[in-house]
Write a protein that binds this ligand. Structure first.
Ligand SMILES: CC(C)(COP(=O)(O)OP(=O)(O)OC[C@H]1O[C@@H](n2cnc3c(N)ncnc32)[C@H](O)[C@@H]1OP(=O)(O)O)[C@@H](O)C(=O)NCCC(=O)NCCS
Length: 193
């Protein structure tokens, strides 16, 4: 991480103002390329990324990391409220996590994520933050997400726990719905711990 450039972190409206359609396109491609097994699936994956991003911008917030004097956006993390624990603590989903390929492994994502965690902590010190990754993506991606989650203190949780956060009871789910949840790996960071 020694070759990291001078960076700045922006949050909220200041962050969103830096995300023009061209930059969002770059981030979407960086996120989804390598995730999909075959190139033909890329447009659909990118469209789905934009849909998730739209929800984050409507219902949540983002932090972006810029480098250099011209403040080029190189990394981003977002979150939105998705549910609550059985004790009534808010559960936020962290997503839209991406660093442009040429800027990866320089600590920029950590900066974005730490800002997100700090902002959630201000809202609710007892919040739970969850992240998820699709098991059928590339194995390399799965490992990157696992390692980056663990580096940030997240721990893996079973799918039924995630389902509970969003108001679903595992026993009441259909077999098909359960299979849907089982296609993902879930991680959580408990701010109260
Ligand atoms: C995952 C991703 C956002 C990490 O971004 P990054 O800027 O390279 O991450 P950082 O340099 O800030 O690293 C943060 C921590 O994660 C770990 N990490 C990051 N990438 C890793 C990798 N490929 N393998 C293992 N560990 C990794 C780092 O060791 C670091 O821990 P440390 O601070 O204790 O050393 C980036 O690889 C990416 O955009 N990947 C494609 C999209 C993606 O997978 N998004 C996540 C979807 S949930």
């Amino acid at each position: 991480m020694s070759d990291a450039k001078k960076s700045d972190v922006f949050y909220g409206a200041d962050a969103i103002a830096r995300l023009d359609p061209k930059k969002l396109g770059e981030l979407a491609e960086a996120s989804e390329r390598g995730y999909v097994a075959d190139e033909g699936e890329l447009p659909k994956a990118i469209a789905s990324w934009h849909e998730r991003m739209r929800k984050v911008l409507e219902q949540g917030q983002v932090a972006v990391v810029t480098v250099g004097d011209d403040k080029e956006v190189v990394s981003m993390a977002g979150f939105r409220l998705i549910g609550k624990t059985s004790d009534g603590c808010p559960v936020y989903e962290a997503g839209s996590s991406v660093t442009l390929p040429e800027h990866q492994k320089k600590g920029y994502y950590r900066q974005a994520m730490e800002r997100i965690v700090a902002e959630i902590q201000k809202k609710a010190p007892n919040a739970m933050i969850v992240r998820s990754t699709w098991k059928s993506g590339s194995k390399e991606r799965e490992k990157t997400v696992k390692d980056s989650c663990e580096a940030m203190g997240f721990q893996e949780i079973p799918p039924d726990q995630y389902a509970k956060y969003i108001g679903k009871t595992w026993e009441a789910l259909s077999e098909e719905e359960r299979q849907g949840y089982l296609e993902w790996t879930y991680y959580q960071l408990d701010l109260a711990q």
